[in-house]
Design a protein around this ligand. Structure first.
Ligand SMILES: Cc1cc2nc3c(=O)[nH]c(=O)nc-3n(C[C@H](O)[C@H](O)[C@H](O)COP(=O)(O)OP(=O)(O)OC[C@H]3O[C@@H](n4cnc5c(N)ncnc54)[C@H](O)[C@@H]3O)c2cc1C
Length: 476
């Protein structure tokens, strides 16, 4: 805990709101560090409200006492957004106890749930009425609804269902003045003024605290074909994606690229995973999933014919179809272990980038050439959601490489991405990790607009200060 002043404030908060559960941060130090262990913060106290009214009361109290608020869900974010700063008194506002599923409504294909419900719990709730909550990501056992909305999370099914922005039909939130705004009815048509909830999606807790949301559900797929494809070389990946989109349209539900380095790391660090090939690790592979809500006669046969044709045309070097649900889970477990395997390997330079589809392969080729020349011995871990134009492009540097070289390589990657009309933050957000990149790359007029929005909604700068946009200098 920080200074005596913080302790006095914490004691007063506990006394003023005796019904709210609190924790001393010393009891749960892991809540003050981000998932990657890169950022460490301090909080005067951790609050675990159980209702929107308790969240509102906490925020009103913080406003009265000028205490900063860091909202936190599952703490799986990768940019330090849920880690408080060290510079002033912070309340760590954990939304984990907001756990109610308020409404499950299969007729309208929607579910209304509170912010602390995890993605996996939402998926299970949807399945009880034969529906699908389409977001799927490796952190789904811990990541919460409030967290995935606040980061506009993506995951492996964006190519078919879109990011969280496409899933959200309505939000209930507490604003910086403690007022509660709510539009949870889930109407598909409601043109009554500004869509304020769209502002909260992806705002990483800087504009309001999400306490509940209504999100879209879809019919459960009845036909699923999961295929792990080895590529002859990188050049065939974009034509393969194009053939799949043209042939299967919306049935294409996932298209996940992995390079040899990431497959090697998963094999080294994750127990009981294996590749479906005996000839060693291919230089590139793609995990493809095709789905349909109807198991139409002939669908499997036409998909099999497609793969046969791709082999004959030299577009793929091999394809293994998951024969049952167990094998499908094994394929996905391999792909979803990529982040964990890297973490076990050690510290890497991470880049969560998006590029126009036509630029992905030219970028990968140019980057390998430039980075290996600048830093011989660098290991490039490249994988991700190729179908969304999103790559996780991570670098393990030789031990002798210093901090200056790390910065130079990240600068090179982000400069090159932006030069190709891409984004330096595709799905993980900005948090505190990339505030400097916002300053460097974001168009000044856009940055100024964001600052005006922030000032309008949070004039005292209490909600997650130091995250997303630089507020220390006014751009316009
Ligand atoms: C192994 C692993 C795999 C991942 N894979 C993907 C992936 O494929 N795609 C992807 O997009 N992301 C991925 N992520 C990162 C992703 O951002 C998070 O998993 C998820 O979106 C964060 O949810 P959370 O509840 O843990 O939020 P937290 O980490 O707790 O918070 C994230 C941000 O949201 C804010 N926040 C949290 N809850 C609220 C709330 N209720 N109201 C307002 N603000 C709030 C926090 O202040 C913080 O700024 C992965 C992370 C891990 C660890």
């Amino acid at each position: 805990m920080g200074c005596e002043h913080w302790q006095t404030l914490a004691a007063r908060l506990r006394a003023d709101l005796p019904d709210v559960p609190f924790l001393d941060p010393a009891e749960r130090p892991e809540l003050l560090t981000d998932w990657r262990g890169r950022f460490h913060g301090q909080a005067m106290v951790v609050a675990l409200p159980r209702s929107v009214d308790e969240v509102a009361a906490l925020i009103q109290w913080c406003r009265r006492h000028q205490v900063a608020i860091t909202p936190q869900g599952g703490n799986t974010g990768l940019c330090g957004g849920a880690t408080p700063g060290n510079d002033r008194p912070h309340l760590l506002l954990s939304l984990r106890m907001l756990k109610a599923i308020r409404r499950l409504y299969p007729l309208a294909n929607l579910i209304t749930a509170e912010a602390g419900v995890t993605v996996a719990e939402l998926q299970r709730a949807a399945a009880t009425c034969d529906r699908l909550f389409a977001l799927s990501l490796a952190s789904e056992g811990s990541a919460t609804l409030g967290g995935v909305i606040s980061t506009n999370a993506g995951g492996v099914h964006v190519v078919r269902y879109g990011t969280m922005r496409a899933q959200v039909l309505g939000i209930e939130a507490v604003l910086a003045d403690g007022s509660v705004v709510s539009r949870l009815h889930g109407l598909r048509k409601d043109n009554t003024g500004y869509a304020w909830e769209q502002l909260l999606i992806g705002s990483e807790g800087t504009l309001g605290v999400v306490t509940a949301a209504t999100v879209r559900l879809f019919p459960q797929p009845r036909w699923v074909q999961t295929v792990w494809v080895a590529l002859p070389d990188l050049a065939t990946v974009a034509p393969l994606f194009q053939e799949l989109s043209a042939t299967f349209g919306e049935r294409l539900s996932a298209f996940e690229l992995m390079n040899q380095e990431v497959m090697g790391l998963v094999l080294r660090h994750i127990p009981q995973v294996r590749l479906p090939w005996t000839e060693g690790i291919p230089s590139w592979s793609v995990l493809v999933e095709l789905t349909d809500t109807v198991d139409l006669p002939g669908l499997s046969e036409s998909a099999n014919t497609f793969w046969q044709q791709m082999m004959e045309r030299g577009m793929i070097a091999g394809a293994v179809l998951a024969m049952n649900e167990t094998q499908r889970s094994q394929f996905w477990r391999f792909r979803e272990s990529a982040s964990e395997a890297q973490q076990r390997e050690g510290t890497s330079l991470k880049h969560d980038i998006a590029l126009p589809l036509a630029e992905l392969v030219p970028f990968i080729q140019a980057a390998e050439h430039a980075l290996v020349r600048r830093c011989p011995g660098v290991r490039i871990v490249c994988f991700g959601h190729f179908g969304d134009g999103n790559l996780h492009y991570n670098l393990f540097l030789p031990v002798e490489a210093g901090c200056a070289l790390s910065k130079e390589l990240t600068r090179w990657v982000h400069d090159e991405v932006v030069r190709r009309d891409g984004s330096f933050s595709a799905e993980h957000g900005i948090g505190q990790l990339k505030v400097g990149e916002m300053r460097r790359y974001k168009n000044p007029a856009e940055l100024a607009l964001m600052q005006r929005i922030k000032k309008a909604l949070d004039p005292e700068g209490l909600l997650n200060p130091g995250k997303v946009i630089p507020m220390d200098e006014v751009v316009l």
